[in-house]
Design a protein around this ligand. Structure first.
Ligand code: GDP
Length: 202
């Protein structure tokens, strides 16, 4: 099976939701993107959307809401739309304990209660082992029957001889095989990720 490209011809911001109650009804299949602040979430979202949707910054922790985007695209000529949800980055040290707790609670409620949610892309810096937050997201997804795709970011920063070692180590920490884990970074194609999403969503 060849990898097919998901061509996005339009993408726009729908709304931001600081609480579950603020989420507006919409009928698109949803994929959420989660990750520790500064993991490269904005960069990743802009890269998969093929345009600038999320703010990339040297100052992490900017997003405190669930931000919903409509991606209009096509696989092999068939029109396929989806909703991408940018989840607030967790673990931002400059936020108060209370603020971090609130972000965590919103994330868990969203993962548990959101019917439209089909898959979560959980970003993990390739140079770090997953910590309690990442493992908790993976666990909640498993409990709720939501697909959780682990994507290692900043993979371009690794030396060639470190890549396989890191893939194996991080996969093991998530109790996965190395081929289950995807990776992204400068000059690295996201086609394998789209192939995985296509199989799950459409
Ligand atoms: P966020 O806080 O998770 O949204 O992270 P950003 O997307 O704002 O990225 C944080 C920093 O990491 C920025 O300086 C980015 O340029 C850098 N960065 C993000 N993704 C990559 C990547 O795949 N490779 C490299 N080399 N740098 C990255």
């Amino acid at each position: 099976m060849g990898t097919e490209k998901f061509n996005i011809h339009n993408a726009h911001f729908l709304f931001g939701a600081p609480s579950m109650q603020a989420i507006r009804p919409q009928e698109l299949p949803e994929i959420a993107v989660a990750g520790r602040s500064n993991v490269g979430k904005s960069t990743f979202i802009n890269r998969i959307a093929g345009r600038k949707l999320a703010r990339v910054s040297g100052t992490p922790g900017a997003t405190r809401e669930l931000n919903f985007y409509h991606l209009e695209g096509a696989f092999s000529g068939d029109k396929r739309d989806l909703c991408l949800v940018d989840m607030p980055g967790f673990g931002y040290a400059k936020l108060s304990h209370k603020e971090r707790e609130a972000i965590s609670r919103l994330a868990v409620r969203f993962l548990r209660d959101r019917q439209e949610l089909q898959a979560v892309i959980l970003l993990n810096d390739c140079r770090r082992e997953p910590q309690a937050d990442e493992l908790a997201i993976q666990k909640v997804c498993a409990e709720e029957g939501v697909h959780c795709i682990i994507v290692l970011t900043k993979f371009d920063k690794l030396k060639q001889n470190e890549k396989m070692k890191r893939l194996k180590a991080v996969a093991q920490a998530y109790h996965l095989e190395k081929d289950d884990v995807l990776f992204t970074g400068e000059k690295i194609s996201n086609d394998p990720l789209w192939a995985r999403l296509q199989a799950l969503l459409f």
